[in-house]
Design a protein around this ligand. Structure first.
Ligand code: URA
Length: 210
């Protein structure tokens, strides 16, 4: 199966999925969207109200802000793949349960990532970060590069968090501003990636090797 076929197959399976209790309350499952050859995959937490209504990821206020962040680095959402760790809306916007994340990621997200084989994975918020880079605080590691099973993973704040807490906005913008450069460096050895660019003015940090 080629990547387009795999993504289409995964999308159909997600839409019919009954693997966890989230399927009882969903209106539409949200597999994710974007080109099969995307260089960047953005991974959020889970569908919210609007995503559940439309079956598409990041179509509410957080999605609008994500599009603005992309525009600032000269990119459009159509160029990137956007998805979530859980594909169905947790009722009342509760946090996804660990077992829901585990099931959904192993059944679907892993296959999506394998098909797309992106240069860079950007996790948006704590839940997707926790899957790739466990036991760290987002305040400590946002914008840094981690090599996880051969992939460059960059944790960032969730756009919705920045909408609620204005002080996070420039931090997220600054982390986004470094993305083009990091895409270019994704194929390089981990030591070649500078996690401590001058404009960040943060103490030196180490690139983790998994
Ligand atoms: N928040 C997320 O984490 N994902 C979406 O798709 C929308 C909002």
């Amino acid at each position: 199966m080629n990547p387009i076929e795999t993504l289409s197959r995964v999308g159909k399976e997600v839409s019919a999925c009954t693997q966890c209790e989230l399927h009882f309350s969903r209106k539409h499952a949200v597999p994710g969207e974007g080109p099969a050859d995307a260089e960047i995959v953005f991974i959020g937490e889970g569908p919210g109200f609007h995503e559940n209504e439309q079956g598409r990821p990041f179509v509410g206020a957080a999605g609008k802000f994500l599009e603005e962040l992309l525009a600032k680095i000269g990119m459009k959402r159509e160029q990137v793949f956007i998805t979530n760790v859980v594909k169905c809306r947790p009722p009342g916007n509760r946090d996804p349960k660990p077992e829901e994340v585990e099931t959904c990621v192993s059944c679907y997200l892993e296959r999506q990532l394998q098909a797309i084989n992106p240069k860079v994975i950007v996790t948006l918020g704590r839940y997707s970060m926790g899957y790739f880079v466990p036991n760290v605080k987002i305040g400590d590691v946002h914008g840094q590069s981690f090599r996880v099973r051969g992939k460059l993973v960059i944790p960032m704040y969730h756009p919705a968090a920045a909408l609620h807490q204005g002080s996070l906005k420039p931090i997220l913008e600054n982390d986004f501003a470094r993305l083009p450069e990091l895409i270019g460096k994704a194929a390089l050895a981990p030591e070649a990636i500078d996690n401590n660019p001058p404009q960040q003015q943060e103490p030196p940090k180490q690139l983790s090797l998994f």
